[in-house]
Design a protein around this ligand. Structure first.
Ligand code: FAD
Ligand code: SF4
Ligand code: SF4
Length: 478
């Protein structure tokens, strides 16, 4: 092993610089600066090149992390990029938005006693450098194989599959109801975590490789699912999950109480230079308002931090469990706290106050009870513990479920689980319909970009095998 590795005993962990709170809270630019080359090299050299790399075991893509860290430490960045991009279609995106504290970095073995290797930041640095130096090329196939696939949904799952199938010579057609490709990476996740041009340049590369995008086309409305199946040898459903979980209680229908994704999409569209009427009218703009966000996941964190940037008068996050039991990434909670968000732990809304629009939230204190079957502690209200928080914008961020896809696609034979997610074969990725595959959140339920990429890659491999077998059988039958 070269002497330049194993430097964790000498070198402290250093993440890329975080922008000053006052500056970053006033715009939607990413909050972390890029690593400078000497720091990236030095940080990569902290890796101890484990024989059994737990970082890799806990990366959903099984990225070859020790190898690209070593190549970075040696200054062999183009090779580092080759290794990194062999297992990940969008490494610079995962490097920015994976919850590394729960995945690769959280399982880095030098963490005990020494802070983990900054894997995500190095991954981002490698591919950003590759883009700058022109090493990232479109995945244009060497030969066309004469078969075509239709992909419904241009989120990370659909795009990863499109990339893999196009490289194998398929004519790839991606259909999305939105006017831009990227799915939640464009319209959900805010720019301070992932700037939009990072996603848009991937879309452009796919177009350059020959992937055809049919945007503004909703399957089941503008084009029927059965017509789509007629057009292609096989179809991938990667439509994500969008049915917002709702909340009950008196006053919940008052104006000023809005779903998280409406709020975030309006903000993202505004940031992309569009004129969004609900933003212009103030309905989905937090400027000058007292904002209460209900929920404790990553979507809630994105809402509170968006409200700060829009110039809210105050921003509170109401969550019924405590900090230790929060589903959101601890790193994001810390960022939100630094930016002035107040967390009201162990509290749940009971009623929404106001006559013509919301003016406050009446909440109750909660206490944690015994763990349930899943090991998660239950919660119960503390009697007589009501309190009121003034609010003129309340954002509901309670998670998402799948829409009723068999109904939306007029295809009752499409089998779903009891949660409404599509059922697929464990390794075949095929749904109950022959030649129809599925990947990403619509199979897993609300999850992560990195898992959608993994599923998109695996589904593409399964589709390729199925289509080749079918083509061989067709020739044999002639
Ligand atoms: P999506 O990204 O949802 O894409 C599905 C696409 O299908 C959409 O473009 C949609 O328009 C299209 N579509 C749906 N139905 C139809 C139809 N009938 N016809 C045509 N098109 C259709 N994950 C992380 O890893 N890190 C994060 O920091 C993070 N932050 C998040 C923040 C928010 C606010 C949200 C909501 C999610 C976040 N996630 C994060 C989760 C992540 O975005 C998703 O897990 C991931 O995008 C799922 O990918 P997908 O391809 O399955 O679906
Ligand atoms: Fe870590 Fe995500 Fe990169 Fe895997 S893809 S190495 S989990 S940041
Ligand atoms: Fe390097 Fe940490 Fe992975 Fe070990 S677990 S190979 S030290 S990054």
């Amino acid at each position: 092993m070269p002497e330049r590795m194993l430097q964790f005993v000498r070198l402290q962990q250093q993440t890329p610089d975080k922008r000053e709170v006052a500056l970053r809270s006033a715009d939607f630019r990413e909050i972390y600066e890029e690593f400078d080359p000497p720091r990236a090299k030095a940080q990569a050299s902290r890796c101890s090149q484990c024989g059994v790399p737990f970082c890799q075991v806990h990366c959903p893509l099984s990225n070859n992390i020790p190898d690209w860290l070593k190549l970075t430490a040696e200054g062999r960045l183009e090779e580092a990029y080759e290794v990194s991009s062999a297992t990940n279609n969008f490494p610079e995106i995962c490097g920015r938005i994976c919850p590394q504290d729960r995945l690769c970095e959280g399982n880095c073995v030098i963490e005990k006693g020494f802070d983990s290797v900054t894997i995500g930041a190095v991954e981002r640095y490698i591919t950003d450098t590759a883009f700058e130096r022109g090493w990232v090329k479109p995945g244009t196939p060497i030969v066309e194989n004469g078969m075509s696939v239709g992909i419904i949904g241009a989120g990370p799952g659909g795009l990863a599959a499109a990339d893999m199938l196009r490289r194998r010579g398929y004519a790839v057609h991606v259909y999305d109801r939105h006017d831009r490709a990227g799915g939640l990476m464009i319209y959900g996740i805010p720019g301070f975590k992932l700037e939009k041009h990072i996603v848009l340049r991937r879309w452009k590369l796919l177009e350059e490789a020959g992937v055809v995008f049919h945007l503004g086309v909703e399957i089941g409305r503008d084009l029927s699912f059965s017509d789509l199946r007629q057009r292609h040898e096989s179809v991938l459903i990667a439509t994500g999950v969008y049915k917002a979980r709702d909340i009950g209680g008196p006053g919940v229908g008052l104006p000023g109480i809005v779903p998280a994704l409406d709020y975030l999409t309006a903000s993202n569209r505004q940031g992309l230079g569009e004129n969004v009427p609900a933003f212009a009218s103030g309905t989905l703009d937090a400027a000058g308002k007292h904002v209460v966000v209900i929920g404790g996941g990553d979507t809630a964190m994105d809402c509170v931090r968006t409200a700060v940037r829009q110039g809210a008068a105050s921003v509170k996050c109401l969550y019924r469990r405590d900090r230790a039991n929060m589903p959101g990434s601890i790193r994001e909670v810390k960022n939100a706290e630094e930016e002035g968000v107040e967390f009201v732990w162990l509290s749940a809304p009971e009623a929404f106050l106001g006559d013509t629009s919301v003016t406050g939230v009446r909440a109750a204190r909660m206490r944690l009870g015994l763990p349930d079957a899943s090991g998660r502690q239950s919660v119960e209200p503390v009697e007589g513990s009501h309190f009121t928080i003034p609010a003129d914008l309340v954002i509901k961020a309670l998670g998402f479920d799948p829409e009723d896809l068999p109904a939306a696609f007029s295809e009752p034979a499409l089998t779903v689980s009891r949660w409404g997610t599509l059922k697929v074969g464990h390794t075949s990725f095929m749904t109950s319909l022959p030649g129809v595959f599925a990947a990403g959140d619509i199979v897993r339920g609300a999850s992560l970009v990195v898992w959608a990429i993994r599923d998109g890659r695996d589904a593409a491999a399964a589709m390729h095998t199925w289509m080749r077998q079918n083509a061989t059988l067709a020739v044999a039958a002639e």
